[in-house]
Design a protein. Structure first.
Lengths: 401, 105, 172
């Protein structure tokens, strides 16, 4: 965590002041250790509570979209529902099949949760609130995300159930296919920001054009395309609808999680929500300006509040998408990844290279630059979209009137 | 006997290399042979990084770039090797190296 | 502190590599080898080579491990059997002797030469400088590596997806 400057407001410096209150009397090597420990405990507590709240918010939002109230019995407005869910899940019996590989069966949720939580270490949550400031932070984040695929395989294999194995293979195919657009979508951001460090990328989006328009990456043509590709790939990487074939109940029961019950199932569930939250946090950092406020006059609100607001907006967006779109089949989603998202992400690299090389264009040439970039983003999208869905007849609706 | 961290790293990479070598020579399953080869490649990369860290380097980034290239080539070789294993399995229904003795196919 | 950390990384990596080469269950072998790759990545981190450590994690643990596991599952003897048949004792002994001879030569070279004095901090290799050198001095190598990866990927897809021909092979 970085030292705060005196001109930051009290709210801004509050987390560091609280932490120094606790650890300032310790000698030097212990103080670093205690600071790191406090950072870890705070991250686990905050995101654990966010996970619990998110399960309730998801069920309420899904309910309202489907014209029903959602859980409202346990506590006022169903606010105690996560506690009830937790008690139910933890009190279930932990059943392991007799022929299952017990060590792997135990290790799979542990490894999944460990690598997902490790991804939280490089996201800057506020002006002075990044737990580890690495030089190659973005690469670390996605390297750790790639480690989660191993746990999916271990879960499917160790259950000694051929349907679990088939579902694990399908889940792995989905994860590997969407890793490529995910990684290609942030390469333009690094190209323009000139650094792989998350704090550097947030600092590169810190200016305001004409005094009131923020220079976030999402407000540029290539940034918008990159943000869209990143969000779609993040949906698929965290196994959310419409890419939730691996865990759909109407498909192979629960896929690779079929033989898991009780606490281990909660770990898988938690890892999915943590992954969603971590990817949303990274999207906020890479594309939405991190912890910066949208207008310079709103800078008095502390930076971690802005980060939280943007994060919650993206998470509600994830839930909204789940309520709206039907599920894709495995061949549809792999075709979408390889034949649509990957070429789009590669063309986006070219667009960003053009944007970066035309940095010095001023005056009316700026309009030309924007026009060319917008054409380079929109035309491939339309052309490849038409080609991918060719042969599909236009949709006709028949209503029950 | 071991006077510096560099010597410890060299001993480490030598041991890893020889474990990979012994494994590749003694197993008759093709996939285990490929895993032994991957271990040997990793040991060589370890050597590079040990000399980059502890010895004088011509330029600060040379060792790291070499190891990055080596990791990329090792990944390509693993992919091709495992495709070959799958093709051999398709012919002889098992992957014992002793049975892959014919050139015809 | 550094030597103790190095020793710990050594023991974990060597232990998992040796166990991986000795087991009969192929999936356990592969998973232990993945553990040794993670140990190597931690070694790179302790030497200060962050970029290579994360590249090792991303490439080996994230991708090569998947390829190996898929190959193991596609070449199984039966639905549930991933054990490897035992190798003959003579083969094992000759491999150990060959490995031991190579180890003796390498250790002689490592322990008997006088090595230059170790510097206190490693060289600083910020990622920006790595990028500048990759695009500057080593640009040709980068293009060649890109071509190697493309050709290898295309080639492995072609090799692994051959349609089996209809006629059976005659016994000689």
């Amino acid at each position: 965590m970085m030292p705060s400057t005196p001109q930051d407001s009290l709210l801004e410096r509050a987390p560091q002041l609280l932490r120094d209150l606790v650890t300032s009397h310790l000698p030097e090597p212990w103080r670093w250790f205690a600071n790191s420990l406090i950072a870890m405990i705070v991250i686990l507590a905050v995101f654990g509570l966010l996970f619990a709240a998110l399960t309730l918010v998801e069920r309420k939002v899904l309910g309202r979209v489907q014209n029903r109230p959602g859980p409202n019995r346990t506590g006022p407005f169903g606010l105690l529902q996560p506690i009830a869910d937790g008690i139910k899940m933890l009190s279930k019996e932990d059943i392991v099949p007799r022929d299952a590989d017990h060590i792997l069966h135990f290790l799979a949720p542990v490894i999944l949760l460990a690598s997902t939580v490790m991804a939280f270490a490089v996201i800057p949550y506020g002006r002075h609130l990044v737990p580890v400031d690495l030089d190659a932070a973005v690469l670390y984040f996605f390297a750790v995300g790639a480690t989660t695929e191993l746990a999916v395989f271990m879960a499917g294999w160790s259950s000694h159930n051929k349907y679990s194995l088939l579902a694990a293979m399908r889940a792995l195919a989905q994860l590997i296919s969407y890793e490529l657009p995910l990684l290609l979508s942030w390469v333009p951001v690094v190209m323009i920001s000139g650094t792989l460090s998350t704090t550097g990328i947030v600092a590169a989006q810190s200016a305001w054009k004409w005094g009131w328009v923020p220079t976030w990456n999402v407000f540029t043509p290539w940034g918008f395309a990159g943000f869209a590709v990143f969000m779609v790939a993040a949906l698929a990487e965290s196994n959310r609808s419409p890419f939730d074939l691996p865990e759909a109940e109407s498909e192979l029961i629960a896929g690779h999680l079929t033989e898991y019950s009780g606490c281990k199932y909660v770990f898988f569930f938690m890892a999915e929500y943590f992954g969603m939250t971590a990817l949303s946090g990274m999207a906020v950092t890479l594309f939405l300006g991190g912890w910066h406020a949208p207008l310079p006059s709103l800078e008095f609100i502390p930076s971690y509040a802005w980060f939280g607001a943007k994060l919650i907006t993206l998470l509600v967006g994830f839930i909204w998408i789940r309520a709206t779109f039907p599920r894709l089949r495995i061949d549809q989603l792999t075709r979408f990844a390889w034949k649509f998202l990957v070429p789009l992400a590669l063309i986006n690299l070219g667009t960003t290279a053009f944007w970066s090389l035309s940095f010095g264009w001023t005056g009316p040439l700026q309009l030309v630059r924007w026009a060319v970039a917008i054409v380079l983003v929109v035309v491939p999208f339309i052309v490849m979209g038409r080609r991918l869905s060719s042969g599909v007849a236009p949709r006709t609706y028949s209503y029950a009137t | 006997m071991i006077s510096s961290p560099l010597q410890l790293c060299l001993v480490f990479s030598s041991l890893l290399f020889c474990i990979g070598l012994a494994g590749a020579l003694s197993r008759s399953n093709s996939i285990l042979v490929l895993l032994g080869i991957e271990l040997m490649l990793n040991a060589a990369n370890l050597n590079f990084i040990a000399f980059w860290r502890f010895g004088p380097a011509p330029s600060p980034a040379t060792g790291v770039i070499f190891v990055t290239f080596s990791v990329a080539v090792a990944a390509a070789e693993a992919a091709v090797g495992l495709a070959l294993v799958i093709a051999v399995y398709r012919r002889q229904r098992n992957i014992r190296l002793q049975e892959a003795v014919r050139l015809k196919g | 502190m550094t030597t103790a950390l190095l020793l710990l990384i050594c023991l974990v990596t060597l232990g998992s590599a040796a166990t991986a080469m000795l087991l009969r269950n192929l999936i356990h072998s592969v998973l232990l080898l993945i553990g040794s790759w993670i140990g190597v990545a931690i070694f790179y981190l302790s030497c200060g080579a962050e970029f290579v450590a994360f590249a090792q994690l991303l490439v080996y643990v994230g991708a090569v491990s998947m390829v190996v596991l898929f190959a193991v599952l596609l070449t199984r003897r039966s639905r549930t059997d991933v054990t490897v048949s035992a190798d003959t004792v003579s083969r094992a002994w000759s491999a150990v002797m060959a490995g031991g001879a190579v180890l003796a030569v390498l250790l002689y070279g490592a322990l008997m030469t006088t090595l230059p004095a170790a510097s206190a901090h490693g060289p600083a290799a910020p990622v920006k400088q790595l990028g500048a050198e990759l695009m500057g001095i080593h640009a040709a190598s980068l293009l060649v590596i890109g071509m190697i990866l493309t050709v290898a990927t295309l080639g492995s897809v072609v090799i692994a997806s051959e349609e089996p021909s209809g006629k059976k092979e005659d016994a000689p």
